[in-house]
Ligand binder design. Structure first.
Ligand SMILES: *[C@@H]1O[C@H](CO)[C@@H](O)[C@H](O)[C@H]1NC(C)=O
Ligand SMILES: *[C@@H]1O[C@H](CO)[C@@H](O)[C@H](O)[C@H]1NC(C)=O
Ligand SMILES: *[C@@H]1O[C@H](CO)[C@@H](O)[C@H](O)[C@H]1NC(C)=O
Ligand SMILES: *[C@@H]1O[C@H](CO)[C@@H](O)[C@H](O)[C@H]1NC(C)=O
Ligand SMILES: *[C@@H]1O[C@H](CO)[C@@H](O)[C@H](O)[C@H]1NC(C)=O
Ligand SMILES: *[C@@H]1O[C@H](CO)[C@@H](O)[C@H](O)[C@H]1NC(C)=O
Ligand SMILES: *[C@@H]1O[C@H](CO)[C@@H](O)[C@H](O)[C@H]1NC(C)=O
Length: 252
């Protein structure tokens, strides 16, 4: 039953969107399932991925995207989709990869984005989104890439918790990064491989020392370890700029 529903819903896309490169050409609603269609991936007869980047698709971003309940990957990047983010997208709670970057999507990012707890990759860069970044973003557990650059977001970074603990971040914490953390935000650097002295910024000294634990070479007042003059390796690269496992968090 779901399969039929997903099939007709997907088939409707082909009629709604302008598709000059004919990316959706073989999306024929007479087929029994959508699983053989270009850019559609199924696992156990369920649609799990829809990958249509760089396709010059034009039109309103499809309402009802999240009705594909088993969707894990959605890539509609680099098209000309407009309109606002469909609320339904947040029903696809198994979504791990969401790339809607480089479109003409406007409006706000709803707080319900926090429903997408499985998200590892989210890129909404290069759109026309506005408003403040939803505070619920910081509740997403294991993001590896969070990119919202080049939109019209205003206001401050979400206060609350930005948890980058248990990564493999190494090097020093750059003072420039420290300056960008809003006063009330908590940031967890624990269990990485950071080195050197924690910058003497107000925001960092407000953090609890456990936010810095599990970094054997980190020192400074907030960590509870004095910086002995010769102890910190001085040639290590900056922590946030040099992220060894390609984890990227860029907010603006
Ligand atoms: C869709 O499939 C049906 C049955 O195989 C075929 O008759 C029809 O021509 C196809 N439509 C398109 C647009 O290819
Ligand atoms: C979306 O783009 C189409 C043309 O591609 C235009 O007709 C329509 O007004 C646009 N809608 C919005 C909400 O921007
Ligand atoms: C999304 O989920 C909510 C509650 O789980 C439901 O009421 C709503 O109809 C769903 N929307 C879509 C478009 O599936
Ligand atoms: C996010 O999307 C933009 C535009 O498509 C792209 O340039 C950028 O590399 C992407 N960022 C990541 C971390 O993948
Ligand atoms: C940050 O995430 C780690 C790993 O999921 C978790 O153990 C830790 O409790 C989190 N910290 C806070 C303050 O929520
Ligand atoms: C942590 O950093 C130290 C010093 O830069 C390096 O020798 C070590 O291999 C790193 N450990 C891990 C697990 O990356
Ligand atoms: C990081 O990205 C580079 C180039 O995009 C790639 O060669 C490398 O394998 C990636 N490393 C990891 C750990 O994913």
């Amino acid at each position: 039953m779901w399969d039929q529903f997903h099939k007709s819903w997907l088939a409707s896309l082909a009629s709604i969107l302008s598709d000059p490169l004919q990316a959706l050409q073989n999306w024929n609603s007479s087929d029994q399932t959508p699983c053989s269609w270009n850019r559609v991936t199924c696992v156990n007869s369920r649609v799990t991925a829809l990958s249509l980047p760089n396709s010059q698709l034009r039109g309103l971003i499809p309402y009802g995207l999240g009705t594909i309940l088993f969707l894990e990957k959605l890539d509609l990047s680099n098209n000309y989709l407009n309109g606002s983010l469909p609320l339904s997208i947040f029903n696809a709670t198994q979504l791990r990869f969401l790339d809607l970057s480089k479109n003409l999507i406007s409006g706000v990012v709803p707080e319900t984005i926090g429903m997408l707890q499985s998200l590892q990759f989210i890129n909404l860069s290069d759109n026309e989104l506005e408003g403040t970044l939803p505070a619920t973003l910081t509740t997403i557990q294991n993001p590896t890439v969070v990119s919202f650059k080049n939109n019209y977001f205003s206001g401050s970074l979400p206060t609350g918790y930005l948890n980058i603990s248990y990564n493999k971040l190494s090097g020093k914490i750059p003072p420039q990064f420290a300056e960008k953390i809003p006063g009330k935000a908590t940031i967890d650097f624990s269990f990485n491989n950071l080195t050197g002295k924690v910058p003497d910024s107000v925001d960092f000294t407000n953090q609890e020392s456990k936010s810095f634990s599990g970094n054997s070479y980190l020192c400074g007042e907030v960590t509870g370890h004095d910086c002995l003059i010769a102890s910190s390796p001085s040639s290590s690269p900056p922590a946030i700029a040099a992220i060894p496992d390609n984890r990227t968090i860029s907010w603006s």
